[in-house]
Write a protein of this length. Structure first.
Length: 197
């Protein structure tokens, strides 16, 4: 017993599973032979057409209701449940990871932090001073190029203008204009004492 014909006219025989276009009568009265369709072939007429929900909603806008609301309800349920399941699994995995780590990992972290904090102010100060010294050196080189008569780019001119500002920042950190520690530091005083004596 054949099934209902598809859009292209293909009929599937339910007993054998063969697909064919049944014979038909032309306009002039002659008959067309039945055409067998190879397994797996889908003619373009039977391929489902992609439907854009927004475009469909726009076409059906006069029929009432909210545009695209029906399609959103159907898809939202599936998507949100999948996402919520995934997020729930992640939360459980985080809880298990925290439980397995336990208290030792939390007690180790505060021990490491004070060590870093003890070194930070001095090391950070020196790092900033090195950075400023480098910028100052570049600015002075650009100034000498400018004095020789070479043309500079606007960014380079801006660096030359900032020379005094860089020197002030170095002095605020306790370094002189050359980037060396000022006499106020204990090491600088010891060195000065040796030179004088």
């Amino acid at each position: 017993m054949p099934s209902e014909p598809s859009r292209s006219g293909i009929v599937t025989d339910e007993t054998s599973g063969e697909r064919q276009i049944p014979e038909s009568v032309r306009a002039d009265g002659t008959t067309r032979k039945a055409i067998k369709i190879r397994p797996g072939y889908r003619p373009p007429e039977d391929v489902e057409i992609y439907k854009n929900r927004t475009a469909e909603g726009f076409r059906n806008r006069g029929k009432g209701g909210v545009i695209g609301a029906e399609g959103l309800k159907e898809q939202k349920v599936d998507a949100s449940s999948a996402a919520s399941n995934k997020n729930a699994k992640r939360r459980e995995a985080r809880k298990k990871a925290k439980e397995t780590q336990g208290e030792p990992s939390t007690s180790e972290q505060p021990k490491e932090e004070p060590k870093a904090e003890e070194l930070d102010p001095e090391a950070e100060k020196e790092k900033k001073a090195r950075n400023l010294k480098k910028k100052l050196k570049q600015a002075k080189e650009l100034k000498s190029k400018k004095d020789e008569g070479q043309s500079l780019l606007p960014e380079q001119i801006a660096k030359v203008i900032k020379i005094n500002e860089l020197i002030r920042e170095l002095e605020a950190l306790g370094f002189d204009a050359e980037g060396e520690p000022k006499a106020g530091n204990g090491t600088a005083q010891a060195q000065d004492g040796k030179v004088e004596g």
